[in-house]
Ligand binder design. Structure first.
Ligand SMILES: C[S@@+](CC[C@H](N)C(=O)[O-])C[C@H]1O[C@@H](n2cnc3c(N)ncnc32)[C@H](O)[C@@H]1O
Length: 274
């Protein structure tokens, strides 16, 4: 891991955090009682199996998408909303294809930096930044990102299970646009998002309620508000689909649910060449 002068801001253990709740759902140990209580509320609403399946379906999509993008020639990755380290992190998969692949992890939860320093990043081509995606300019100008990422070449930006923590007031499409405008043709965007199209409405409402006191509340969107996040990108086959439907042969298969949409877009023109 590259030297990183950041001091993580203090952890807020008084409210559930999406990063720690996700860790709880994935079966990790980096969560507090307040996270487990909110997570238990979700499990009570959806059932243990469905809660497990949604997160693993999503995580398997992320892993296959990274593998796909690396095989497409991408060797630099910006992972927005990284979450806590788990098995099969972005740099591990990318570096199987490109041993020198560069990965910048970005999360606004200080626990990700605290644990990422120890676990996520074990080499000179990977770093972790604590920053808020609602301030894309700060991320794009961050010295640690600029040290590793060369925007005059194709890059992959990941926003996997992130934008459902970004309310409309923060303009999710504008955030993607800020990154897209810096991306060279040939760059990719991988994105997944919880949706109202599929799950029972009462269960969606209970999940929203479980996150209402979290550091980021959760917002489910219909497909027609998720697809525009790919504006300017060409969706690669099979398009915007359930995560389990996205190139299942490309890596570990996941459980099958109807709670998310996922896709990968390729930038064929635009951005800032050179
Ligand atoms: C459900 S986890 C997804 C982790 C990983 N991307 C994956 O799909 O396996 C969502 C992550 O987004 C982060 N997050 C939420 N709002 C954010 C924001 N405004 N800026 C940066 N990260 C954010 C949370 O802290 C959490 O770690």
């Amino acid at each position: 891991m590259r030297p990183n002068a950041q001091q993580p801001p203090p952890l807020d253990s008084s409210r559930p955090s999406p990063a720690r709740m996700y860790d709880f759902f994935l079966g990790g140990k980096d969560n507090y009682e307040v996270d487990r209580q909110a997570g238990a509320q979700v499990k009570a609403a959806l059932g243990e199996v469905m809660s497990h399946d949604i997160v693993w379906e999503n995580r398997r999509f992320l892993q296959r998408a990274v593998h796909f993008m690396a095989e497409a020639g991408i060797d630099q990755f910006v992972d927005l909303g990284t979450g806590l380290p788990t098995q099969g992190n972005v740099h591990e998969i990318a570096q199987e294809v490109h041993p020198d692949a560069r990965v910048v992890y970005v999360d606004n939860d200080p626990i990700v930096l605290a644990h990422g320093r120890a676990l996520l990043a074990t080499n000179d081509t990977t770093t972790v930044i604590t920053a808020d995606v609602r301030e894309p300019g700060t991320i794009l100008e961050h010295p640690d990102l600029r040290n590793l990422i060369d925007f005059s070449r194709p890059v992959a930006v990941l926003s996997v299970a992130l934008f459902h923590f970004i309310g409309d007031a923060a303009d999710p499409a504008g955030i993607v646009r800020a990154f897209r405008d810096r991306m060279h043709p040939g760059s990719h965007l991988a994105l997944s998002h919880l949706t109202v199209d599929g799950p029972p409405a009462d269960e969606v409402a209970q999940v929203v309620d479980a996150y209402k006191d979290a550091t980021s509340p959760i917002v489910f969107r219909p497909r027609d508000r998720i697809e525009p996040l790919f504006d300017g990108f060409d969706l690669v086959d099979p398009g915007l689909v359930r995560p389990w439907q996205w190139r299942p042969g490309y890596g570990p298969a996941g459980p099958r649910t109807e709670w998310l949409y996922a896709g990968v877009g390729r930038l064929t023109s635009g951005g800032v060449p050179g």
